[in-house]
Ligand binder design. Structure first.
Ligand code: AMP
Length: 115
C-alpha cells in the first residue's frame, strides 16, 4: 500500500494543526494556500485517487462531502466556497491520497471555474 505525507499526518507522525476530525476524515490547512481559505479534507482511508474509489467507498465519499460542508460552516465560508478534487498528475494531483480542496475568501465568481 502506498504511503504519503497525508498518511503520516493522519497517523500523527508529522505534527500538523488538525482543524476538524471525525471517525473517517480530517481537515488541515493547505501548506501552500492558493486562496485566503484553503483547507484539505482527507479521508483516513488511503484511496490514492478518486478514480480508485470502489463501490465499498460509497458511504465514505458521501461522508466526505458532508464533512466538507461542516468544515466550511466551521470556517464561516459556507455561503461561498469551491470544492476541487484533482485526479491524476495530469490534473495537478501531487499527493496520491484522495483529498478535497476547499477554497474560499477570494472572489470565486470572478474566477469562474478556475481552480
Ligand atoms: P493536489 O495537488 O490536489 O494533490 O494537492 C495536494 C495539496 O497538498 C497541495 O495543495 C499542497 O500544498 C498540499 N500539501 C502538501 N504537503 C502538505 C502538508 N504537509 N500539509 C498541508 N498541506 C500539504
Amino acid at each position: 500500500m502506498t504511503d504519503t505525507i497525508f498518511g503520516k499526518i493522519i497517523r500523527g507522525e508529522i505534527p500538523t494543526d488538525i482543524i476538524y476530525e471525525d471517525d473517517h476524515c480530517i481537515a488541515i490547512n493547505d501548506i501552500s494556500p492558493r486562496a485566503p481559505v484553503h483547507v484539505l479534507v482527507i479521508p483516513k482511508k488511503a484511496i490514492p485517487r478518486l478514480a480508485d474509489a470502489s463501490n465499498e467507498d460509497q458511504e465514505l465519499l458521501g461522508h466526505l462531502m458532508l464533512a466538507v460542508g461542516r468544515v466550511a460552516e466551521q470556517l464561516g465560508v459556507s455561503d461561498a466556497f469551491r470544492v476541487v478534487i484533482n485526479n491524476g498528475s495530469g490534473a495537478g494531483q501531487t499527493v496520491f491520497h484522495l483529498h478535497v480542496h476547499i477554497l474560499a475568501g477570494a472572489d470565486l465568481a470572478e474566477a469562474g471555474m478556475a481552480g
